[in-house]
Design a protein around this ligand. Structure first.
Ligand SMILES: [Zn+2]
Length: 240
């Protein structure tokens, strides 16, 4: 064994300097902003789409991918279709989750988990449109002040086609916003975009912003994803 091999391991990664590379010293040191915090650290990401587009499936896949790499995370939800403290998906996956209530502070959640000897690298926030505005601010603070990645999943608009307040705030604050690319089709074959609330076979446009329902045909209050044309005309199609 040579002396070189016995030396303390050194990081071999060396970024290729370029015109835009203004990092002092280069090497493995993370680039830092003038406030001393890493320039590229945690992020707040919001993934949105209509009902049935696979948001919860993607949330659980995201959790699985990160956990597999040894990262530690928490999964939260609110008003999951199971009405229990878990994330369930239409394709049969389920995962236990922490139910978010109005007075739950997401920062306390992370603090408590850390105090118990664990660490929290990321949060998966399913059904994030049903969270309140404070929760979204707490997400941003977890990212900026605690380097926790936050992945939020939810609807953008309610049954009136208006933004949920939390979704609006996520659009405003998130580092990255992505529409989930699994297409849900309207009965006409066009891309489904809007979540119509259906009561006694008719599209309703007034009422509470959140009313529990499902997309199955037998529910008293159900939701049907429609294209904008048929959402606006209220046409539920031949089976509606
Ligand atoms: Zn349509």
């Amino acid at each position: 064994m040579t002396d070189d091999a016995a030396a303390a391991p050194t990081c071999l990664a060396r970024p290729i300097p370029g015109p835009a590379d203004d990092r002092a010293g280069g090497g493995c040191a993370a680039a830092r902003g003038a406030d001393g915090r890493p320039l590229h650290a945690a992020a707040l990401r919001f993934f949105w789409g209509p009902m049935d587009c696979g948001k919860s499936t993607m949330a659980l896949q995201m959790n699985y991918n990160h956990a597999r790499q040894g990262r530690r995370g928490l999964v939260t939800t609110r008003i999951d279709r199971s009405l229990g403290p878990q994330v369930t998906t239409r394709i049969g996956l389920a995962h236990s989750a922490i139910e978010v209530t109005d007075d739950l502070d997401l920062r306390d959640l992370v603090r408590d988990a850390t105090a118990e000897g664990g660490r929290v690298d990321y949060l998966i926030c399913d059904e994030a449109s049903f969270y309140n505005l404070d929760h979204v601010e707490q997400m941003a603070e977890l990212v900026d002040g605690h380097d926790v990645d936050v992945y939020a999943f939810g609807l953008a608009t309610d049954f009136r086609s208006c933004l949920f307040p939390a979704a609006q705030r996520l659009f405003e604050l998130a580092d990255e916003v992505a529409r989930i690319q699994v297409e849900v089709l309207c009965w006409c074959g066009r891309e489904g975009l809007l979540n119509a609330r259906v009561v006694e076979g008719r599209v309703v446009r007034e009422g509470a912003q959140v009313v529990i329902g499902d997309t199955v045909d037998s529910a008293d209050v159900r939701y049907q994803v429609l294209c904008r044309r048929h959402y606006r005309s209220g046409d539920l199609g031949p089976r509606g």
